[in-house]
Design a protein around this ligand. Structure first.
Ligand SMILES: NC(=O)c1ccc[n+]([C@@H]2O[C@H](COP(=O)([O-])OP(=O)(O)OC[C@H]3O[C@@H](n4cnc5c(N)ncnc54)[C@H](OP(=O)(O)O)[C@@H]3O)[C@@H](O)[C@H]2O)c1
Length: 240
């Protein structure tokens, strides 16, 4: 029986590449999304990957949604916390709503998804949890106090939980992408894009498939000795 992998925000962008790569690697994949029904339906039609709609910011919705996925497909053995949003503004203009929305999705969402799945992983003595943070959670970024705080929080969450999972065969890791060639980047003006690329030593944006391959490796049996780690995939833009 193939392992079940659940990818939040797995219907488009980096998450879609992760869902597809996990499916290609032999996993039974479920992908979640927040509200874009059209994209999710198109993704399912194209890939055959089941999609489920709920807000990762709600603990109750996560618990109910995970129960539905497990009833449909079996116990979740690989969880990829990928769902994320930005609500950028310089700090003096950042509203409490912009702060809260980003924290709810990008940090509390990771707790809300991981907590209901954790007991089953402990019982089965196997689990893989991979959270998608960001280069901006490592180095900070102008107008992203909310995003950088949440993404840095994901790294702290991972280091602490990795210690609790270690003896139970559960690894907990982070992938921190730099600038990735997604729909979001297509909206950036060419001049700004040139400046961004000039700051990336490899001289190009990353591809979603490159992030996906990193996740597939961390999910594999081969990666059993890697836990509590943050793998930077940023073309050398920021080295820790
Ligand atoms: N793109 C980059 O260059 C980059 C760089 C570093 C890190 N990252 C991180 O990588 C991850 C994916 O980024 P992306 O650019 O691929 O994002 P994206 O294209 O905007 O897709 C985001 C996905 O997350 C889902 N989502 C958003 N809020 C949600 C919520 N509250 N509950 C459930 N699902 C939710 C979206 O669902 P709908 O389709 O329904 O909206 C969508 O499937 C994020 O965590 C992001 O912070 C991205």
């Amino acid at each position: 029986m193939s392992r079940v992998a659940l990818v939040t925000g797995g219907s488009r962008g980096i998450g879609a590449a992760i869902s597809t790569a996990l499916k290609d690697a032999g996993y039974t994949v479920a992908a979640t999304y927040a509200g874009n029904d059209e994209k999710a339906a198109a993704f399912t039609a194209e890939t055959g990957i089941k999609t489920y709609k709920w807000d990762v910011g709600s603990y109750e919705d996560c618990a109910a949604g995970i129960a539905k996925v497990e009833a449909d497909l079996g116990p979740v053995e690989v969880l990829v916390n990928n769902a994320g949003i930005t609500r950028d503004a310089p700090f003096h203009k950042m509203s409490p709503t912009q702060w809260k929305e980003v924290m709810d999705t990008n940090l509390s969402g990771v707790f809300n998804m991981t907590h209901p799945i954790w007991p089953g992983m402990r019982e089965r003595k196997f689990g893989r949890i991979v959270t998608i943070s960001s280069i901006n959670g490592q180095k900070g970024q102008f107008a992203q106090v909310n995003y950088a705080a949440a993404k840095a929080g994901d790294i702290g969450f991972t280091k602490a939980l990795a210690q609790e999972g270690a003896r139970a065969g559960i690894t907990v890791n982070v992938v921190a992408p730099g600038y990735i060639n997604t729909e979001m980047m297509a909206t950036i003006p060419e001049k700004v894009m040139d400046q961004i690329v000039a700051g990336i030593p490899v001289g190009r944006l990353g591809e979603a498939a490159e992030i996906a391959r990193t996740v597939v490796f961390l999910a594999s049996d081969d990666a059993g000795f890697i836990t509590g780690s943050t793998i930077s995939a940023n073309g050398g833009q920021y080295m820790l």
